[in-house]
Design a protein around this ligand. Structure first.
Ligand SMILES: [Zn+2]
Length: 49
């Protein structure tokens, strides 16, 4: 599992998610933002080892 840092394109808030696949292949992912309270596009900022 890898911890990924994502940034919401709508509100700019950052969050971390734990997934087992490489998000660099997607560049952007559509997931839930707690700030926007809806699914929004998130930019992949990077990952933690
Ligand atoms: Zn947001």
């Amino acid at each position: 599992m890898t911890v990924w840092r994502l940034k919401c394109e709508v509100c700019g808030s950052e969050r971390e998610i734990n997934v087992g696949f490489n998000l660099y292949e997607f560049k952007r992912v559509y997931i839930y933002c707690r700030n926007c309270k809806s699914n929004t596009l998130h930019v992949v900022l990077g990952h933690k080892e």
